[in-house]
Structure formats: structure tokens, C-alpha cells
Write a protein that binds this ligand. Structure first.
Ligand code: ZN
Length: 311
């Protein structure tokens, strides 16, 4: 496995709180994807992660230099930061591959795709292959979350009592059909009324729709949120501004750590460091966001929690 000294130095720099010989407390990553290959830039080199706004001012070099690096480096980096559980969303075939690669470490979930056969999908859930639903990101197709095409996914979540990851916010990957207005968190309200028992969590706490998220989370206690891509894709002061307002609003028990890492292991250290360095958080809030809130949302058993803490 190729890994330059530069990366080792970068990773060390991204770990401000814990020395290598000090065991870090467990972390749950509520937002991961199952990419198994690298992407190349116009010069045929491994592509560095993107950022907003364009032009991207941050150049974080990619750790994985070949497709063979991706899975081992992702798992190795999760070990390094003691990420004990990951909510892994992707195409069904990819998710199954990752679960085989590291049994017990992932909650497998199937992302929304209008071309997916929902009857086959239901069979996968009946067989117990997946324990989560999502990421549901219909705005990449310009589709609204309350569209009937999403209904089978929410019905599966209700029937099997599974958590659902929803991508509703004002930013996302650059697809042609992406429409900001289909990312409006208020669009979820009718779905929540139709499926009141379903536990839903929204990527990036609906960034930057703060007011709408506040209404949604105050009115619907079953709604949680992750802090994933915004820990690294937008300028840090902007992330902290949004994050601090959520904390001031009293939502520290409903926010969960995530990375949105997809074949990019360098993101784990960046995302963790963003939470660890947030000056307005106390130690209890930090642990809640890294682990306790997700453990409650996922309804982990006392035994699972004890095992994660090696008690
Ligand atoms: Zn995602």
C-alpha cells in the first residue's frame, strides 16, 4: 500500500487531542458511502476532494493512490480514530461488498435511485441484508422528497423500523438535474405526517436552511441531523456559525457526527478535528455528537455500547 510521508504528517496534524498511544473514545460515523475506487483528475492523477465555494482554495491531497488502496485505507483510518460503526449508504451491491469486507462495522443502507427495482429492494430488507434506508437524495434528479417515487423507501423504513438518511439542504454534488428548491427541509413535513413512527436524520442539519430546520426539529422529535460534509466542504467559520446556532437552539442531543467519506480516508481526520476544535462545545456535548446521540437514535443495546467502549 502506497502512503507517502506527507500523508502520515497530515494525519498526525489532524489529531490534536489524542496521542497515538492514547486510546480514543468510540465514534459513530452516521454518513459514509461505499466507493471502492479512486477518481482521477484531468491529468490522470488521483483527484483531491472538492470544496465550496468555487474556485476551491483548499488542496488536501488524496491518501488513496490506486483503487486497491481504497478499502484498506478506509478501514485502517477508521481503526485509527476508533470509528466503531458507520452508516454506509450506496448501491446495494457496493454496500454488500463493504459488509463482507468488515462484518459488524457497518449499518448497510440503500440509496435512492429512481431506476432501482423497489420489489427487489424489499427482498433485500426482508432478508436482513440492510439495517438502514438512504441516503435519499431525490434533489439530484430534481425530484421532491414528498414525491410518490420515494414512498416505497419510507414504507420499508416503517415496516422494518429502520432509520432513514435524507439529503435535504441547499448544496450537493454537481448533477445536471440538481435543484436547490427540491432540497428545502419543509418538503419533508408531509412525509413525517404520513409516517410518524419513522426515525429520520437530515444530512448537514439542512444547511443552510437554518430557520426551516429549527421548525422541523422543534415540531418533530423523531428528526435528528448529521454534521458531515459541512465539517470540511465549506469554510470552517461558516460551519461553526451554523453549528453554534444549532447548539444555542438546544439541539445538542439531536446532532450526530458524520463524514460523507466516500473512498477518501483523509476526510475522517478533518471531520473529527472540526468537531474536536469547536470552541463553543463542552466535553459532554462533544461525546454526545461523536457517539451518544447516534447510539440513542440507532437504539443500540447496552451490550453493543459496552462492547464499543470495551467495557
Ligand atoms: Zn452523502
Amino acid at each position: 500500500m502506497r502512503q507517502s510521508l506527507y500523508f502520515a504528517a497530515m494525519l498526525a496534524a489532524a489529531m490534536p487531542t489524542f496521542a497515538d498511544n492514547q486510546k480514543r473514545p468510540p465514534i459513530i460515523d452516521m454518513h459514509m458511502h461505499g466507493r471502492t475506487s479512486i477518481s482521477l483528475d484531468e491529468n490522470g492523477q488521483p483527484r483531491a476532494r472538492g470544496c465550496m465555494p468555487q474556485p476551491c482554495q483548499v488542496a488536501v491531497p488524496p491518501m488513496a493512490q490506486s483503487d486497491e488502496d481504497v478499502v484498506p485505507l478506509m478501514l485502517e483510518t477508521m481503526d485509527r480514530y476508533n470509528i466503531v460503526l458507520g452508516f454506509l449508504s450506496d448501491r446495494p451491491d457496493r454496500v454488500k461488498k463493504w459488509i463482507v469486507e468488515s462484518p459488524g462495522r457497518f449499518i448497510g443502507a440503500t440509496k435512492f435511485d429512481p431506476d432501482l427495482n423497489v420489489d427487489d429492494l424489499r427482498k433485500d430488507y426482508e432478508s436482513g441484508a440492510f439495517l438502514g434506508v438512504g441516503e435519499l437524495g431525490p434533489l439530484y434528479w430534481g425530484i421532491s422528497i414528498d414525491d410518490p417515487r420515494l414512498e416505497p423507501y419510507f414504507q420499508i423504513a416503517e415496516d422494518f423500523d429502520l432509520p432513514v438518511l435524507v439529503h435535504l439542504q441547499g448544496i450537493g454534488g454537481p448533477t445536471k438535474a440538481f435543484r436547490i428548491r427540491t432540497g428545502h427541509p419543509e418538503l419533508l413535513e408531509e412525509v413525517l405526517r404520513r409516517h410518524p413512527t419513522v426515525r429520520v436524520f437530515l444530512e448537514n442539519a439542512g444547511f443552510p436552511f437554518f430557520d426551516e430546520m429549527l421548525s422541523l426539529m422543534y415540531m418533530y422529535p423523531q428528526v435528528y441531523a448529521d454534521l458531515s460534509t459541512i465539517t470540511w466542504i465549506v469554510p470552517r467559520p461558516l460551519f461553526y456559525d451554523y453549528f453554534e446556532r444549532l447548539i444555542e437552539a438546544g439541539l445538542d442531543k439531536r446532532l450526530m457526527f458524520g463524514t460523507d467519506a466516500s473512498g477518501s480516508p483523509e476526510i475522517f481526520g478533518e471531520a473529527i478535528s472540526a468537531i474536536e476544535s469547536a470552541p463553543f462545545l463542552n466535553a459532554k456535548q462533544r461525546r454526545d455528537i461523536f457517539y451518544n446521540n447516534a447510539a440513542r437514535f440507532l437504539r443500540l443495546s447496552d451490550e453493543e455500547i459496552a462492547a464499543h467502549h470495551e467495557r
